[in-house]
Every structure is written in structure tokens, then in C-alpha cells.
Design a binder for this molecule. Structure first.
Ligand SMILES: [Zn+2]
Length: 347
């Protein structure tokens, strides 16, 4: 028999779906600020999964991903507990900023501390109320402003609890990466809570494909955790492609970039990725792929400085599998749960 779930000084009963507001430090005007948390506590016992969005305040895809997940009727029959936090960095979100008003990157301030800086206090509240009450987490990100990411999972595959789950998400690509110090993922690992990051799309924009890949992936993970029953009569997800490493190709000079490749393109070493020119077009310099792989991130702004990261290439041995999975992405209906009637976001 499932017992009540304690969070934020309240008890959530089995079968209950409740919106909580975690109090945060307020504004100069003394306007109060809170972090919204939707708690769905299943009638039957199971894992506690958290979903987090907008840890970087301008990365908003996760908000729409979480909204769609919360609209699914199948959650009424869910086992275990779902903690959905669409906006972690509320202050950054309200000012369309990646950072907090104290100019700190919240995702480098975890685990935070109760008596610390503004960022440390918010990180601490999230750790105490959400992370330590969970067994698994999925943290939803996009690329930074003027950049775009191909849908991908990042996880430390040395964590045995994450290995199967990261594959079960069935994103087109999976990048093994150790979590950066100070990140939510890093601090959670120290509390034995396994967190994977979903990276897709760009800041301050919705991207329909990224949203669909994530909704599909989160449902896959919930099925793998037995929080939801297996999918009925649906095609098996295409297997995710493991990227063994990734590297950035940087600008060799400042100038104006004409990109020649898009996200998801498969490239070969030496291939032209872009051309950097001066304002009057007197000299062109080619940007060449420094290895074989797939474009998993790129800049969208043509105005670039020497040393700037332009194209992120992920390397894989599984190129045929990759081409096959890329083909799936052109059929977005395959990614959509039948019970989710949703008009696509058009951009
Ligand atoms: Zn981010």
C-alpha cells in the first residue's frame, strides 16, 4: 500500500495531483516569488521521478515538454511519484535570461547552501525539496542563446542505474559525459540520485521536433521504470546511437560565417562546414570538419569571433544506425503518444 508523500511541509495522499509553490527569495519590490511544482502521487508504490525545466532561465522547451506530459490521461494510473518542475530558475525565466539576477549560472551553483548567495539558496531549495526526495531525474535544457542543439541525451553511463534508462529514452543520440562540477546532475549524483540531461533546440524558442522527442523519451523512461504499463501495439522505438566522444570546431578568425551544414548532418573529416569572410568579401576562409561524425550543435548567428565554438561534432561507430534513426525524425507522428492530441507549435 502506498503511503503519503511528504514535500514542502505537506503530505500528498495516494492518488492526489497537487500544485505546490516553493517560496523563493523575492524581488526588490517585495513581490513574492515561488517555484511551481506539480506533484502526482500514484495509488501504487514506485520510483520518484523528477522532471526539471529552465534551470537556465531562457531555455523554455522544457516547459512545453512538461506541460504535454502532465496532460496525459495515463498519469492517472501511474505507479510511483512524479515531481514536475517546469521552471527552476524563476527569476532568470521572468527576465528572459539564462542567469540569475546576481549574474550567476544556477547550474554551476549546486548543491548550494541555505545561508549562501541567491543562487546557492535556490539550488539548495531544489536539492532539499526535489532532488533528495527522488530516485531519478530528467533535466531539460536547450542550447544557449544563438545556438541550437540536435536532440540528445547526456548521461554518465558509468552510473549503472542510468545506463538502461538513458538508452530507453531513445533520443536519436546519446552522449556519455561526466557531469560538470556545480551542475544539478553532479550534485544529484553525490546524493545517489541519477539524473540525465536532455539537450535540444535553442534558447527562447519552442522546437516541435525537440518537444516530441522528449515527450516520447520521458514516456519510454517511465515505462522502463514500470511507472507506466508497456506501450500497446506500437512500433518499437528506434535504438539510440551512442556517441563515443564529441568536439567543437572553433573559428580560426573573426568575421562573418556562412554555415554549410545543419543539425543532424553526417559529416566527414575535411568537409567544409562553413565559410568565414570579411565584410567586403575579399577573403574566404573554410571551416573544415576535424573528424567524422554528426552535427549535434551549432551556432545560429553569423557574427563570430576568433576562437568561438561554431560546430559541435559527435563521433560514432554506428553511422548506418544513425542514418536510420535520422529518417525516423522526419515522421514525427511516430514520436507522438496516441492519447496526446496536440497541435504542433509552428515556427
Ligand atoms: Zn542549459
Amino acid at each position: 500500500m502506498q503511503s503519503a508523500f511528504a514535500i514542502a511541509g505537506q503530505l500528498i495522499q495516494p492518488g492526489e495531483n497537487r500544485l505546490l509553490r516553493l517560496p523563493l527569495p523575492g524581488l526588490h519590490s517585495e513581490t513574492s516569488v515561488h517555484m511551481p511544482v506539480r506533484v502526482i502521487h500514484g495509488r501504487e508504490a514506485g520510483p520518484v521521478l523528477f522532471l526539471s525545466g529552465a534551470v537556465h532561465g531562457d531555455e523554455i522547451n522544457g516547459i512545453e515538454i512538461i506541460r504535454r506530459i502532465l496532460s496525459l490521461p495515463s498519469l492517472k494510473r501511474m505507479k510511483g511519484t512524479l515531481l514536475a518542475v517546469p521552471i527552476v530558475n524563476v527569476l532568470g525565466f521572468d527576465s528572459h535570461s539564462r542567469y540569475l539576477p546576481d549574474r550567476r549560472d544556477l547550474n554551476r551553483c549546486f548543491p548550494g547552501q541555505e545561508e549562501g548567495t541567491l543562487a546557492a539558496r535556490i539550488a539548495n531549495i531544489f536539492m532539499q525539496e526535489i532532488v533528495v526526495r527522488s530516485s531519478i531525474g530528467i533535466d531539460l535544457h536547450t542550447a544557449a542563446i544563438h545556438r541550437d542543439n540536435f536532440p540528445q541525451i547526456r548521461a554518465d553511463l558509468k552510473d549503472p542505474a542510468l545506463y538502461n534508462l538513458a538508452y530507453s529514452f531513445a533520443a536519436p543520440v546519446l552522449l556519455h559525459s561526466a557531469p560538470p562540477v556545480g551542475s544539478l546532475r553532479h550534485a544529484a549524483a553525490h546524493k545517489s540520485v541519477s539524473v540525465m540531461v536532455f539537450e535540444a533546440g535553442e534558447a527562447l524558442r519552442f522546437d516541435e521536433l525537440s518537444i516530441r522527442v522528449a515527450v516520447h523519451g520521458i514516456l519510454n523512461v517511465m515505462r522502463e521504470l514500470n511507472m507506466l504499463p508497456p506501450a500497446k501495439a506500437r512500433k518499437k522505438s528506434r535504438p539510440t546511437v551512442l556517441l563515443r566522444s564529441s568536439h567543437w570546431v572553433r573559428a580560426s578568425k573573426s568575421g562573418i560565417l556562412r554555415a554549410q551544414v545543419k543539425l543532424g548532418d553526417i559529416v566527414n573529416k575535411g568537409e567544409v562546414l562553413g565559410i568565414i569572410s570579411d565584410p567586403t568579401g575579399q577573403s574566404d576562409q573554410m571551416v573544415l570538419a576535424s573528424g567524422d561524425g554528426i552535427i549535434i550543435g551549432r551556432t545560429n548567428i553569423p557574427l563570430i569571433y576568433e576562437g568561438e565554438a561554431l560546430f559541435h561534432i559527435g563521433s560514432s561507430h554506428q553511422r548506418a544506425l544513425l542514418a536510420d534513426h535520422l529518417d525516423t525524425l522526419s515522421h514525427q507522428d511516430e514520436l507522438t503518444p496516441p492519447e496526446l492530441v496536440e497541435e504542433p507549435v509552428i515556427v
